[in-house]
Ligand binder design. Structure first.
Ligand code: HMG
Ligand code: MG
Length: 304
């Protein structure tokens, strides 16, 4: 089993995109600063998508401007990433000074049609020129594949639908692929099937897993992925998250719970748990949310 795991904190993007409250840019930047202080280095800072599609992310440029004004701004930006939907998104990302971007498609046409108004193939065609541009400017690119286990519109996804999408994203030059169980329906058996189907296509060092926790399976699915050699785990502070175009999906696995599990397994994350709890409390207070993370609940009850 692996001794070190990287966490990609997606709360400021995946988390806040799903909340009905639109968080002001300065508070988003404050949250990101707190996550950075907890020693989360890879943070998804926001997205450059149509503000009509996701109004919660309309302020991403402002968030980045606020970050640039912080002492830790340069450090945060050096590893932080932004999600981009299209050329307009890439242009905005480049203008903001982002050096890591993520593009997103899915294993289901029904989902991409709702989420990005195009088929999987159309989304890949849209990414091709912008990926080429990103590569020439030294930008690293993560590719998300949503609905890797199930789709809210099409039902179960077979691993054979995921493999060609992963191949296409790697061919376009993605440095890493994040496998999204967007509606959180997967169980360990399906995670095993998926990762074994991808074995000869997607190298483990380029594989990330992104589990939403709709059915309470996220931690056990992460454990399964780790046992199979995956080292990059997406999670979201306070278990925030969801996709506005995936009805029934709930939050991502909570970062607090993932860190508790990894620490208990002796896997090195370098995360400062007390500061992580401060970030969690901050965002819950801002949004008026109860504690969803079991680890945060237990540690808070113990006075942490
Ligand atoms: P469209 O309507 O086909 O695009 O949407 P369009 O080019 O016709 O543009 C429509 C309007 O949006 C125009 O404005 C554009 O200028 C504007 P108008 O002229 O009508 O006033 N626009 C933009 N504005 C700012 N930045 C941009 C941008 N693009 C267009 N980048 C489009 C197609 C892809 C743009 C739209 O469907 C979209 O933005 N979708 C994004 C949806 C989204 O963000 N979903 C959540 C993220 S994915 C996710 O959460 C899953 C993940 O977490 C993994 C998992 O869990 O599985 C990653
Ligand atoms: Mg997601």
């Amino acid at each position: 089993m692996t001794s070190d795991v990287q966490i990609v904190e997606v709360g400021p993007r995946d988390g806040l995109q799903a909340e009905s409250t639109i968080v002001p840019a300065d508070l988003k930047a404050l949250l990101i600063e707190k996550l950075h202080q907890a020693k989360l280095s890879r943070i998804e800072l926001g997205s450059f998508v149509s503000p009509r599609s996701v109004p919660q992310m309309a302020s991403t440029s402002d968030v980045i401007n606020h970050l640039k004004g912080l002492t830790a701004g340069r450090k945060i930006m050096s590893k932080g990433s932004v999600l981009v939907a299209n050329q307009k998104g890439l242009d905005a990302a480049l203008e903001s000074g982002a050096t890591h971007i993520a593009v997103f498609t899915a294993a289901s046409d029904a989902f991409t049609l709702k989420n990005i108004n195009g088929t999987i193939q159309e989304s890949l065609d849209r990414f091709a020129p912008l990926m080429a541009q990103a590569k020439t400017t030294g930008i690293s690119v993560r590719g998300y594949i949503s609905c890797v286990i199930g789709c809210p519109y099409q039902g179960p996804t077979s691993p054979s639908q995921v493999v060609p999408v992963a191949e296409a994203l790697l061919d376009l030059g993605c440095d890493e692929i994040s496998l999204g169980d967007t509606i959180g329906v997967g169980t360990p058996a399906q995670v095993k099937q998926l990762l074994s189907a991808l074995q000869s296509t997607l190298p483990l060092h380029q594989t990330a897993v992104h589990f939403h926790d709709t059915y309470g399976q996220a931690l056990v699915n992460i454990l399964t992925a780790i046992e199979l050699g995956v080292k990059i785990i997406d999670s979201s502070i306070a278990g925030l998250g969801g996709c506005p175009y995936a009805p029934g999906s709930s939050g991502n696995v909570a970062t607090e719970d993932v860190v508790y599990m990894l620490n208990g397994m002796g896997i090195e994350t370098g995360i400062d748990v007390e500061k992580l709890l401060m970030a969690s409390r901050f965002v819950r207070d801002e949004l008026g949310l109860p504690i969803r993370s079991k680890a945060a609940l237990a540690l808070t009850a113990l006075g942490h």
